[in-house]
Every structure is written in C-alpha cells, then in structure tokens.
Design a protein around this ligand. Structure first.
Ligand SMILES: Nc1nc2c(c(=O)[nH]1)N[C@H]1C(S)=C(S)[C@@H](COP(=O)(O)OP(=O)(O)OC[C@H]3O[C@@H](n4cnc5c(=O)[nH]c(N)nc54)[C@H](O)[C@@H]3O)O[C@H]1N2
Ligand SMILES: Nc1nc2c(c(=O)[nH]1)N[C@H]1C(S)=C(S)[C@@H](COP(=O)(O)OP(=O)(O)OC[C@H]3O[C@@H](n4cnc5c(=O)[nH]c(N)nc54)[C@H](O)[C@@H]3O)O[C@H]1N2
Ligand code: SF4
Ligand SMILES: [Mo]
Length: 698
C-alpha cells in the first residue's frame, strides 16, 4: 500500500504548526513540518515529531481504569460514567455543591473537544471551586486586559513580523515557541527583527533567545516592574503621550503616568542589576523607533508583581502610540471570536475563597489555595476533585503537599491519558482517544496569533470502537451527573457542528467547508488595528488607571529588598524537548543528556564550596529537593535556574520512560503564599532559596 499524507495543526504548544503526517500501511510512519502551511511554513520542533511516540506509547491509557486499594482494574465506559456521576453527586448531596472541585490543565486549551465542552459540564457541577493552570500562568495578562479593555481575552499581541523594536522580558520563545504570541518558527521571526531593527532581551539568564538578540541585559528576578517604571518615566520625559489614535477613547493615562513618581528609583541599579543609564538609553531607542512592542511573558507573569508588569507594558504602548497599530501591539480579530457578545468577559471578585478569602477571577480561584480548601474542615470543604488534563502535583505551588491533600479525598476523577503523579491518586481515570481522530479548531491560539489565520483540523484516523473522544466523555459525564441529581441534561453536538456554529457567530463568511477545503490552513493577513471598536469597558474607553493597579504601585513603593545574604533567587526554564510535566515519557524527547540540572553561576558555586556536577540540597521556605548543579556563566550572579515538570519517579505511576530520568520537582519548593496580589496568580519565579552540599557527599 502506498504512503498517504494528511495535514493537521500540531496540538502540543501554542505555535500551532501545520504538520504533515505520513502513514505507511495505515501506520503513522513520519511527521514533518507542512511547507504549505502559510503561517508555520514548514516549521516543526522535536515535540511535533514525538507525536509518533505519543500515538504508540504502551503506557498511554485507552480504557477507563478504576482503583481499588492500590490495584487498577479496567471497566466499561458506561459503567465508568455511571459511577463517576453518582459519586460526584453523592459528595454534593452530603456536603454541598462546592465540595466538588475541578482543576483544568493546560492541554484543555489545545483540544476543541475539551475546551468547548467543559463549560457545560462545569455549569452542571455548580461548584465555585474551579481551578486551572491559568493561575500558574497568564492571569495577569487576562486581568489587565479585563480592567483596561473590558474583556479578559482582549489581549494585544506583539506584531513581531512588522515591528522595528521588540523589547522582550521574561520569555524564551526559542525554547518555548512563544506564548500569548502564537508565532510558529519564532526563532526565524525573531532573527528577522534583529536583522531589520532591534531585539532587546531582559532576562536573568542568557537564554537561547538572548543569543539571537542585538542586546541582552541580566535583571534581578522580580524587579521588572522597577525597570519598566524607570523606562516609562524616561519615556514621559522624552515627550507628550502620542495618544491621537485613541482620542476621546482613553481615560486616566496622565493620572497613571503621574502615579509612577511614587516609586523611588534611587537604588535602581542595586535592586535590578541594570544601570540606570541603560534604561534611559533603551527608552530613547524605543521612543525613536518607527514602531515598537514590549512583550513580557512567564518570567513577568509568574512573579510577585506580575499584574503590575503587564499594566506597565500597556502604558508604554499607550504613551508611545504603539497600542493597536502596525508594528506595535494589536489584539487579533479572529473568524471565531472569543470576545464580544455571548463570551465571558471575566468577572473580578464576585465571591471569595472560604479559607484565605481570596477573590475569584473569571469564575476561578487561584490554584495556590486548593490544598487549604481540601484540608481545612468546615462547611464547603473540598472532598472530591475532578482533574481534566492537568498535573497539579507537579505544576502548582507546594505540589507534594497538594498530593498528600489529594490522597485524602473521598473521590477523585481524572480525565487524562496517563497514570501519572496526579492521576495515581484518582479513583477513576477516563482516558480520551487520540486527538488525531477528532475535529479540532484552535479557539484560543488563533486569537493570540501574530497573524490572522484560521484552520480546521479534520480527523485523519478512525476512532477505535472501544475508545471515547474527550467531548464524548464530557457529554457523558455531564449526563450521568445530571441523572444522579435528577436534573435535565442536553448533550452538546459533535465538534464539527460546534465549530460551524462558532464560525457563523463570527460572521466572517468563512465556514467549515471553506476551511476543510484549505487543509494547510488559511492566511487572512497581518494583524489589523481593531481595539477601539472592540472595547468592552463600561465607559467604552481604555481605562488606564484602575484603582487596584494604582494600589499595586504603592505596594511596590513600600516593598523592601530581600536581605538574606546567602539566599539565591530561583527561576524556571523551558527546554525545546519538554512540554510542561507530561512528555518525558516520549523516547524521542527523553533521550540524550539529562536536562533537569540546576544552573548556577561558577562564582556562586565557588563561594559556597560547591563543584560543578555535585548533587546539592535546595531549600525554600516550604520544602526541599536534591539535584545536580551545572556551572553556567549564562546565569546572572545570585540567580539559579531549574526547569519545572520533573519529579517523576513516584510510586504507582505508569511512566516507564519518564521514570528513568525523574529529576526533582521545582514546585516542591514553590510557596502557595507567594502570589501576585491582585490576581492570586502564583509567583513561581524569583523564589528565595538556599543551596548546600549533601552531608557526607562532598
Ligand atoms: N515552577 C513552575 N511551575 C509551572 C510553570 C513554570 O514555568 N514553573 N509553568 C506553568 C504553566 S505555564 C502551565 S500551563 C502549567 C501546566 O500545568 P498542568 O496543566 O497542570 O500540567 P501539564 O504538565 O500540562 O499536564 C497536562 C496533563 O494532561 C494530560 N494530557 C495530555 N494530553 C492530554 C489530552 O489530550 N487529554 C487529556 N484528557 N489529558 C491530556 C497529561 O497526561 C498531564 O496529566 O504548569 C505551570 N507550572
Ligand atoms: N519546549 C517547551 N515549550 C513550551 C512549554 C514547555 O514546557 N516546553 N510550555 C508552554 C507553556 S504552557 C507556556 S505558558 C509557554 C511559556 O513561554 P515562555 O514564557 O517563553 O517560557 P519560559 O521558558 O518559561 O520563559 C520564561 C523566561 O523568564 C525568565 N525569567 C524568570 N524570572 C524572571 C524575572 O523575574 N524577570 C525576567 N525578566 N525574566 C525572568 C527565565 O529565565 C526564562 O527565560 O511555553 C510553552 N511552550
Ligand atoms: S513548535 Fe509547538 S506547535 Fe510547532 S511542532 Fe513544536 S510543539 Fe508542535
Ligand atoms: Mo502555560
């Protein structure tokens, strides 16, 4: 039988590369970047190829599993659905609706069959205890967008294909392939900026992206807000705000800019590690650039001033006239809208958490509070958990303590394809079938892309009869839970129908047939200014000075420097062959030298009497891990770097390959009390820790 070729978008990261799948005799034999995809133009990374491993992984679950004691047993789908629905309903009957919590992990966003079907299932649960990976990730972006532009997803995207000047802080797209900036082949796009204009990277590590940049500056973790304030004050001194574009549609810019004066900058260099003069020069360059964009990602969002940083970035765009203009920063207007009528703008603080009293955002609580909600007795205590494509025991603060809490639950249900560090605690696991057998549309990543693109991915393999798709599982669970509560339930139609409805709502004239006729995806052109027409604030204006953000400035003004002279600041990193916590089981990705080492500047090793390669103990306020150090002068002095997503070798998992290079879990060190205050987003970076030799091993 000859080879057959099929085309789909990759569903592993935000870059949504077009891939070509080659099947020989019905077997997936090779994956390449699709040269005809107008957006990704043939780009593929090692993870794209590793889809072959995922498809054939013997550890991947295919049928429901039920745990009795420590033993797992397969059971039929109908039986599994009935049991799940009944047990969730039973917990709620006895302890109230909020006694069931749900945690939604990152891959939900990558699968239409999860994303489009989850809201109905969650509505049926009627619980306020909803958590997701967003609160260890991008909440500051969504929150600032909500306050300033009126919708959590009205997020301006750096127009990197046209900008003359990109200032990038706390992001490493060469490894991560971009985030809240869907930009397949990011390295090429960034090289093009460096060639035609300027790419400036601010990062405590000289990253792979910094290597491509015209200029890189180390910054002391957690001090980016100070840096951005200095930059903005210098920009204000360079000239009046270029706000003609927003005339009559903007409130409070002068007030916001004036408020920056409250923050003292006298010890700027000592605190940030950046010369004051450097900030001033960058301000001049940015002011004079024909167009400019500032982009700050994980290193900025997941630190103690994440929201403040994202707000300051918007103010820079506004003051310099780069918001919503070519080469600046522009929200994407997609054919299947996630903003506008009928979408969730994201409410703020309508209710508060039971134990710590933290406000909800967009109907969720920050996941940093999940453990205390499970462990603290009283009305509303969480007694059951549903995880959907999430691995919170590795991904969220103080993960090992969370694991202990989870193991005490009355009932836990996981919708997941692996028996891993989190799902090993479940009583029931429901594994969705291969996404290659399902329709997919990137609801979110098209909306965050650096070009206007659209594509539908049609199924390329048949769904095995005894397996179930994500959307079928969510429909069936919703039905079974409703039945157990004697409530009505209506199944949602299959993905292709929902995609058609979403496209019709967008009113672009592009329908599913059009998209199916373009298997390599459709390019609809560069970003186009649209923000003013889409503002959803009550005032219909850009709100530049929300009280809560002004208060954040005051909090920073009052903050003190970290004083422990022995403390090092821990930050995270990503590597091309990782995908958060869950792809180390793919042989193609796990092979080669271990990549979980702790990077430490040679002088910091020396001053502690430590050697390159030595195993050390790392201690934070909440926990400790052991790990090998690697001397690296790519690190700023006083800062150390560790990837998250390791910590595999745990009792009772089925991860044959991942367990061979277990590594330690970063999040055994992170502190659930360390938060970005306005949102409750976890401050995973800039974590003070100490390192020391393991006794007896020196
Ligand atoms: N210290 C530190 N912690 C971090 C980060 C960091 O930079 N530093 N990054 C944070 C970020 S940005 C994120 S997004 C989170 C991620 O946090 P999580 O979403 O909790 O973790 P993932 O590692 O993405 O785990 C995904 C889970 O989904 C399962 N899965 C994979 N594909 C599918 C599928 O198709 N269907 C289903 N049902 N399940 C599937 C996997 O087996 C795994 O259990 O981690 C956060 N944690
Ligand atoms: N290969 C790979 N790609 C991925 C993922 C993966 O796990 N592996 N995960 C995906 C996900 S879910 C996401 S959200 C994106 C994230 O995408 P990125 O944000 O690009 O990813 P990171 O590599 O975490 O980049 C964060 C950078 O911030 C720096 N940093 C840490 N603290 C600070 C600080 O205080 N200030 C400054 N200025 N910098 C700081 C770190 O050194 C690091 O270089 O990546 C996605 N892509
Ligand atoms: S960059 Fe992301 S989307 Fe592209 S092939 Fe790699 S994992 Fe897939
Ligand atoms: Mo993420």
């Amino acid at each position: 039988m000859p080879s057959t070729y099929h085309y789909r978008a990759c569903d592993l990261c935000e870059a949504i590369c077009g891939l070509e799948f080659r099947y020989d005799d019905g077997r997936l034999a090779a994956i390449r970047g699709d040269d005809e995809d107008p957006f990704s133009r043939g780009h593929v990374c090692p993870k794209g190829n590793a889809i072959i491993d995922l498809e054939s992984d013997p550890d991947r679950l295919r049928r429901p599993l039920k745990r009795i004691g420590t033993q797992w047993h397969e059971l039929g789908w109908d039986e599994a659905y009935a049991e799940a629905g009944e047990r969730l309903a039973a917990v709620q009957r006895e302890h109230g609706a909020n006694a069931v919590a749900a945690y939604l992990g990152n891959p939900n966003v990558h699968h239409f069959g999860h994303l489009a079907y989850l809201p109905a299932f969650l509505r049926g649960l009627k619980t306020r205890n909803v958590y997701s990976a967003s609160s260890v990730d991008q909440w500051p972006h969504q929150y600032v967008a909500r306050l300033m532009y009126g919708h959590q997803f009205l997020i301006p995207i750096p127009d990197i294909d046209r900008t003359d000047f990109l200032l990038m802080l706390g992001a490493n797209p060469v490894a991560s392939n971009g985030s809240l900036m869907t930009a397949p082949g990011a390295p090429k796009r960034l090289k093009a900026i460096a060639a035609r204009g300027r790419l400036v990277v601010i990062d405590p590590r000289r990253t792979e992206t910094a290597e491509l940049a015209n200029e890189h500056h180390f910054i002391r973790p957690g001090t980016d807000a100070l840096f951005l304030i200095a930059l903005l004050r210098d920009l204000v001194a360079l000239g009046p705000s270029r706000t003609q574009r927003y005339d009559g549609r903007i409130s409070g810019l002068e007030q916001a800019l004036a408020a920056l004066a409250a923050v003292p900058l006298d010890d700027f260099e000592a605190r940030t590690g950046i010369a004051r003069e450097t900030a001033s020069r960058l301000a001049r360059d940015l002011w004079q650039a024909p167009s400019a964009a500032v982009y700050g990602r994980m290193g900025l969002s997941t630190q103690p001033y994440g929201t403040l940083c994202q707000w300051l970035i918007q103010l820079i765009h506004l003051h310099t006239g780069n918001l919503d203009r070519e080469g600046g920063s522009i929200p994407n207007d997609v054919v299947m809208p996630i903003t506008g009528p009928g979408t969730a703008r994201g409410h703020v603080g309508r209710w508060r958490s039971r134990v710590r009293g933290l406000p909800e955002f967009a109907g969720e609580f920050p996941v940093s509070i999940l453990r205390e909600e499970i462990e603290t007795p009283g009305e509303g205590q969480v007694r059951a958990l549903v995880t959907v494509a999430g691995n919170p025991t590795l991904s969220t603060p103080n993960g090992d303590a969370l694991a202990k809490a989870i193991s005490s639950l009355d009932f836990m249900l996981s919708i997941d394809i692996y028996l891993n560090e989190t799902t090993r605690h479940a009583h029931l696991i429901l594994p969705p079938t291969s996404s290659l057998s399902q329709y997919h549309y990137d609801l979110i990543f098209n909306a965050f892309a650096v070009r206007r693109v659209a594509r539908v991915s049609a199924p390329i393999v048949d769904q095995p009869q005894d397996e179930r798709a994500d959307w079928q599982i969510l429909n069936a669970l919703g039905a079974s839970h409703a039945r157990a509560q004697s409530r009505e339930w209506r199944d949602l139609p299959p993905p292709r129908d929902l995609i058609a409805m979403g496209l019709a709502r967008g009113g672009s004239g592009i329908d599913v047939d059009t998209l199916e006729g373009a298997p390599h995806g459709m390019d609809l052109g560069p970003l186009r200014p649209c923000l003013l027409d889409r503002l959803e604030t009550e005032s219909s204006r850009i709100e530049c000075a929300p009280d809560i953000l002004l208060e954040e400035l005051n909090r920073l003004a009052r903050s003190e420097r970290e004083r422990d002279p022995q403390a090092l600041l821990l930050i995270g990193r990503r590597e091309l062959r990782s995908n958060n916590s869950w792809m180390h089981n793919a042989p193609r990705l796990a092979k080669g030298k271990p990549r979980h080492h702790l990077l430490v500047h040679p002088e910091d090793l020396k001053s502690r009497g430590l050697r390159d390669g030595q195993r050390v103990r790392v201690r934070s306020a909440v926990g400790e891990i052991q790990v090998e150090v690697e001397a690296s002068d790519d690190m700023m002095r006083g800062v150390i770097s560790l990837p998250h997503g390791y910590g595999h070798d745990q009792h009772g998992t089925r991860l044959g390959r991942a367990n061979q290079v277990p590594g330690p879990s970063y999040n055994d060190l992170t502190d659930p009390a360390a938060l970005d205050v306005p949102t409750g987003n976890a401050a995973l970076n800039a974590l003070p820790v100490r390192i020391e030799a393991l006794a007896g091993i020196q």
